[in-house]
Design a protein. Structure first.
Length: 519
């Protein structure tokens, strides 16, 4: 093993051995009674000092309430001044400086702990627990006058070196994506902004839950392992169930199960669905991703546009305090109402070509004219989707509902009530990418069976993203499903937008990567 260790790693293991030889447990199992956190205790102390000063009261440390503070965290810097150490530790709330004086830590007759642990045993990255009282140093830094130190966990690998200012804030982050995504546990330690992104992700999801719950929706769970990969056009992952001796699929969508619940009598259900699609990977696609889907009885896609606008306004305000969100060099406004335009009008707006009356051959001619390469095995709906994606999608920066899609593109959507050949569907585009997809749901079981059969024909032509026939779902529709509107919102892409993150890997704790060669 030692042949693969760096010099720094060997030194740290030697320190560990010396600590163990001195009877010091570098990985104690006992409960450590943390009472405070770094930034909150500094802020509280500073506020109390300000109050006393304004009241003309002399400040004598330790102040009441700040005398027996117990903190724990990871060592981020060590400044050896001989009989005094200045150590900065980082906990889940921030960074605080420790003032560590030998005579406060060790009794006069025994300095072995100082020599074995403080002087020669500690490294950057080690976890320690400390007790003491809060005070302000001569240089004006709110710190902990440390009275005891406990080693809680020895770090055997050195952290990457980053530059920090006097307050401990990083101003020269590690940016190598291979390192950051593969070793996210280190990325979170050395790049504070990364943790903020994931805190915002949780805030975003909690805001959605509060919004939906407040409107009477019910959060549910549906199967991840499915006998038929339904609810979307995508290539699935396939596995095998040994006991049943059948193939199963990781879900590509949860749509058909949520609709079954509408059949069963629920008026509004939603789920944060972990979906899996065996497709390409890029800065906006990961094979494992999170989608919010909800379905509401007795509603249509017009209502869904309005409720979606309300939700996105609330998310922006919850994360930024305003409906204006900075994304790269753009400012995006989530203030309702959003623009609405049909997919045919969008293509015409961006190309000057009207595709609304063209058949498959005519659409292939358009693709050739626009120099858009398309496979020979896709039908009319996919061709329109390819044209829109190549010529128009990227142009919609401000939130825009692209509405009224051709029926061939939407096998689960109700036919438009007034426009022949179209369905009541919208996709919400923001910053040139689809963020949400919604329908007035198809609830006619005979029409739905015909749509599924058309998908089978596409599958026979070689379209491996075409939908299977789900006979159990058709049976559910035959019992009757009320008029329903449903939506799917890509949580990962929404997080990218709301946190100004350029890649989906930046909003996933552990994005999929090729296995590392560690031999």
């Amino acid at each position: 093993m030692s042949a693969h260790l760096s010099e720094q790693e060997l030194v740290r293991r030697e320190k560990l051995a010396k600590l163990q030889a001195a009877g010091i447990d570098a990985y104690p199992a006992a409960l450590y009674p943390v009472s405070h956190y770094s930034t909150p205790v500094k802020e509280a102390y500073n506020a109390e000092v300000k109050r006393l000063e304004e009241a003309g009261i002399a400040i004598e440390n330790p102040l009441e309430g700040f005398a027996n503070v117990c903190l724990a965290g990871r060592i981020m810097s060590i400044n050896d001044k001989g009989k005094v150490f200045f150590i900065k530790i980082q906990d889940s709330k921030g960074i605080i400086q420790l003032y560590v004086k030998r005579d406060d830590i060790c009794p006069e007759e025994d300095k072995s702990f100082w020599d074995n642990v403080i002087k020669h045993g500690l490294d950057l990255g080690d976890f320690i627990g400390v007790t003491g009282y809060v005070f302000i140093t001569k240089t004006g830094e709110t710190s902990l006058h440390t009275q005891s130190i406990t080693l809680l966990a020895k770090s055997l690998k050195p952290l990457p070196v980053v530059k920090r200012d006097e307050e401990g804030n990083v101003f020269d982050e590690v940016t190598d994506p291979e390192f950051r995504y593969r070793q996210r546990y280190v990325d979170l330690v050395i790049n504070p902004s990364v943790k903020d992104t994931f805190v915002k992700r949780t805030t975003l999801m909690n805001t959605i839950r509060t919004f939906l719950n407040g409107h009477g929706a019910l959060e549910v769970d549906t199967p991840v392992l499915q006998s038929i990969p339904g609810g979307a056009a995508a290539r699935p992952f396939i596995t095998h169930h040994n006991a049943l001796d059948i193939p199963l699929y990781l879900r590509i969508a949860n749509e058909l199960y949520l609709k079954r619940l509408i059949v069963g009598g629920f008026d509004w259900v939603y789920e944060f669905s972990r979906n899996f699609r065996n497709e390409g990977m890029d800065r906006t696609h990961n094979p494992e991703f999170t989608v919010l889907e909800w379905y509401t009885a007795y509603k249509d896609y017009f209502w869904m546009m309005e409720i979606t606008e309300q939700l996105f306004e609330q998310i922006a305000i919850a994360l930024h305090g305003t409906t204006e969100v900075t994304v790269g060099d753009k400012t995006i406004s989530f203030k309702a109402p959003f623009k609405r335009i049909s997919i045919h009008e969008a293509i015409k707006e961006n190309t000057g070509i009207d595709v609304s009356d063209k058949d498959e051959a005519g659409l292939r001619d358009v693709c050739k004219q626009l120099e858009i390469g398309v496979p020979s095995n896709i039908g009319k709906g996919k061709l329109i989707d390819e044209i829109f994606g190549a010529t128009s999608e990227h142009t919609y920066i401000q939130p825009t509902f692209i509405i009224d899609y051709p029926v061939e593109m939407s096998p689960l959507t109700k036919k438009h009530r007034s426009k022949e050949g179209l369905v009541e569907r919208f996709e919400l585009m923001v910053n040139g990418k689809e963020i949400a997809n919604a329908y007035s749901e198809l609830n006619d079981p005979i029409d739905q069976r015909q749509r599924f059969e058309e998908q089978v024909k596409l599958m026979e032509r070689g379209d491996d993203e075409a939908m299977f026939i789900d006979n159990d779902f058709l049976r559910a529709l035959e019992y009757g499903m009320p008029p329903t509107s449903g939506i799917g919102i890509g949580i990962d892409r929404l997080c990218m937008l709301m946190t100004n993150s350029p890649s989906i890997q930046d909003v996933l704790f552990f994005p999929q990567m090729r296995p590392e060669n560690v031999g």
